[in-house]
Design a protein around this ligand. Sequence first.
Ligand code: GDD
Ligand code: MG
Length: 369
Amino acid sequence: MQALILAGGQGTRLRPLTLTTPKPALPLAGRPFLTFMLDWLAGHGVDEAILSCGFLAEEVAAVLGDRHGTVRLRYVTEPEPLGTAGPLRLALDQDGLEEQVLVVNGDVLTDIDLGAQLDFHRRAGALATLALVAVEDTSAYGLVPTAPDGEVEGFLEKVDAGASADPAPTDRVNAGAYVLERSVAELVPPGRAVSFEREIFPSLVGKGLFGHLDEGYWIDIGTPERYLEATRDLLTGAVKSSLPPRDATGSLVHPGCRTEGAEVGPLSVLGESCVVEPRARVARSALHRRVTVGARAAVDGAVLADGVSVGEGAHVEPGAVLGKGATVAPQARVEAGARIEPGTEVRLADRRPAADAAPVRVAESRRDG
Ligand code: GDD
Ligand code: MG
């Protein structure tokens, strides 16, 4: 079975991480994110994945190569963004496609049963079958009301329930995994950006478009909050994966790390070659590779990209995301939810008048924010 993975978006909601690393190649629990998706696809009989890349395409190929286990990887790089459906047409025109193809968004961590979806698709004689999942807050997704037999009644991409008096018509959303007949690819106009969600699917309502509800694990990792949630779910085993065993705090510390005398955990990931100095604390956080955390510093609920350096006694607060190579000065504080650009420095009490600057205890500098 062939699968086309949409891996060409800019991942704007995951900046600054995605300024330097494309979303599919971002480390999640210490592995390039897309390898989790490839394991899932392989488990459902996919033996060829067409990676549809655009933004930072070379980076994706450099990280994933031309094979993942039993799955052959092929790259189709678009000269300019072709949206979600345009890449399927490009793949068809470049190398042809099999009779049926799976198309998946390249940013979902899931164990949805694709085999059951495929069976349903064949029994229904569908043209296209969308995997659906039920979520509480539907606003970030495509809403897909269906009839009892699964036929799709409408496709409403990111409708803001708050802006309309009507409640959302369903809690079922597009999970970003489609079984498509090749003829769907032929319907996509060539040579321009085309959206499945805004053009193709709405036009197929009543013409063989079906939805298949799945109750498995599913998350779109495309925001820092959901990226951390996915990290936690991998660590706790809420989603199946082939990760190595976690330690007593539920954390995963990769080879080449040094953490003696530090407190690491709960539910944290240290990628290769990280250093956490004595009496520093790292909790509920994802540290990519070669991150250093100085003595007595504290990092909680944050994401630190490759090469980030947190100075002695500094604090990184929940929801902060630090881009590649960013540095935090000793005793400085990175506020909750802050986004720190790659390679920049967070200085001690940036907004404190110079005369007042030193020496500063952490407790004092915290009042500044
Ligand atoms: N090749 C290519 N070219 N890929 C693209 C492009 C493009 O121009 N634009 C986006 N993608 C890829 C992204 O990299 C991502 O893997 C996937 O297409 C979906 O794009 P997102 O930007 O992540 O969309 P979303 O999360 O807001 O919404 C989509 O996913 C939801 C489920 O997570 C829609 O499909 C919704 O209907 C759906 O509910
Ligand atoms: Mg997404």
